[in-house]
Design a protein around this ligand. Structure first.
Ligand code: HEC
Length: 124
């Protein structure tokens, strides 16, 4: 197996492990994801903020989040392991591009919520 394949397998297992704690609760952007993004991400990811200016990614609405960066989507509904959003906040990416920039990583519970929400289809 390549290193990349190993990483992908490991992250899939980690997601499965995290999700067992969440039961079948249906997650929504409005109730579960927005509060996380509002406190940890929006300050940089709106026009005028460094995150938006560099990547084109706004994080202040479901529509903007689903649109992604100027290079493309960061959420692949149904597959957290394929989603840049999840990979950056879960610390799988290189530390220099880990999100949020410049502050502590998200708590595991928030990372698990984001993963479960994407896997459930990233609904509003
Ligand atoms: C302190 C400012 C700052 C904060 C806070 C921040 N970001 Fe970013 N974000 C950036 C910058 C700057 C970039 C541009 C790429 C880079 O420099 O790494 C970026 C890029 C991104 C990208 C695109 C990466 C790519 O594919 O090019 C995603 C996704 C992202 N941020 C998600 C988040 C999430 C989710 C949060 C909150 C958990 C967050 N960011 C918090 C500054 C920030």
């Amino acid at each position: 197996m390549t290193k990349r394949a190993v990483l992908i397998t490991l992250s899939a297992l980690a997601v499965a492990a995290l999700q067992t704690g969440c039961g079948d609760k249906a997650l929504s952007y409005q109730a579960d994801i927005k509060p996380i993004l509002d406190t940890k991400c929006v300050s940089c990811h709106v026009p005028g903020g460094p995150g938006y200016e560099k990547s084109g990614l706004r994080l202040d609405s479901h529509e903007a989040l689903m649109k992604g960066t100027k290079f493309g989507a960061v959420v692949v509904p149904g597959s957290s392991v394929s989603s840049t959003l999840y990979r950056l906040v879960s610390g799988q990416a290189d530390p220099s591009i880990r999100m949020p920039h410049g502050s502590a990583a998200l708590p595991d519970a928030d990372v698990a919520t984001i993963a479960a929400w994407i896997d459930q289809g990233a609904k509003y």
